[in-house]
Design a protein around this ligand. Structure first.
Ligand SMILES: C[S@@+](CC[C@H](N)C(=O)[O-])C[C@H]1O[C@@H](n2cnc3c(N)ncnc32)[C@H](O)[C@@H]1O
Length: 284
């Protein structure tokens, strides 16, 4: 990320969730706050012409992945809360809206939104602009993953390491260095009580076919020109092995075929994810 500038890609992926609410039927991820959070101007423009961002064939792959990863993370969160999870840490939250539609009774699930300080203050200005009431069960934790440890940042925000916690980390790992990704995962794996995480990651380009590689290059150029180049890529087998070595006892990698079978089966509109990213679930 460009120093001290809010993430441009955070607005872009929030736009994808908003477009999904307007264009796709049935919805894979139902988010009643998705349109509001993109800001009044963008919401009006989108409502006037929801197809205006459908200019490339890649657009629907991206939209499908963005909604599938949020659906998956929130399904896993719900399973956790049915058990003992009482804290939800959203890493690199961007314009994530969970905290503003938290379905649990006050005091049951505390949400920590962790993000780069520049993106977080931009989001807070956006929340103010759209008149969003800040829920009592939400704490903002401004942290730069490249220069601060998650441990310090969460401690300063009042995170309780003694409580069972679920983490999500969606659309972020590719923008960080491999070292920052691994350090964060290692911290999570070292938590003293049962925790889980869902995150997504990009496949190493050496594992892609030439056609996939062409899509990868086209998208990489877009995010690079937005000042947020992709930096970290993983091999699913090696990442699974590394997560186990860190101390995650249960690790599940979910590739595009499984995501499509789970969330996009039998659709008439052909909405489905492409093949550049995977989802990963891990539990200590
Ligand atoms: C593509 S957005 C995803 C936002 C959100 N998770 C979502 O799915 O809508 C990438 C997010 O990563 C955050 N990010 C990128 N680099 C970061 C860093 N070094 N430290 C903290 N957050 C960072 C950005 O601020 C942004 O919120």
């Amino acid at each position: 990320m460009k120093e001290n500038r809010a993430s441009v890609t955070a607005q872009r992926v929030a736009m994808q969730r908003a477009i999904h609410q307007l264009l796709d039927d049935p919805k894979v991820f139902d988010d009643p706050v998705a349109l509001r959070i993109i800001g009044k101007e963008s919401a009006s423009a989108l409502q006037a012409d929801p197809r205006q961002y459908e200019s490339t064939p890649l657009a629907s792959y991206l939209r499908a992945f963005v909604v599938a990863r949020s659906r998956y993370a929130e399904e896993e969160l719900a399973l956790g809360v049915r058990g003992t999870v009482r804290q939800y840490v959203i890493l690199g939250a961007g314009l994530d809206t969970f905290a503003y539609r938290n379905p649990y009774p006050q005091g049951m699930l505390h949400v920590f939104e962790v993000d780069h300080p520049a993106t977080q203050s931009w989001k807070r200005a956006r929340l103010d602009e759209i008149g969003m009431t800040l829920p009592g069960d939400l704490t903002f934790a401004p942290i730069d993953f490249e220069t601060q440890t998650l441990e310090e940042g969460l401690r300063d925000a009042g995170y309780d390491p003694g409580k069972c916690t679920f983490f999500s980390w969606l659309g972020v790992t590719e923008y960080l260095t491999t070292e920052a990704v691994i350090a964060t995962l290692r911290f999570i794996a070292s938590a003293p009580v049962g925790i889980g995480i869902v995150f997504d990651y990009m496949i190493s380009s050496s594992l892609l076919t030439p056609a996939q590689r062409a899509r990868f290059d086209a998208l990489a150029r877009r995010v690079g020109s937005a000042g947020e180049p992709w930096q970290a890529f993983f091999d699913p087998e090696l990442l699974t092995r590394d997560l186990r070595a860190m101390g995650f006892r249960y690790v599940e990698d979910i590739g595009p075929d499984e995501i499509n079978a789970r969330y996009f089966r039998d659709r008439k509109d052909g909405l489905r994810v492409g093949s550049l990213s995977h989802l990963m679930k891990a539990h200590v």
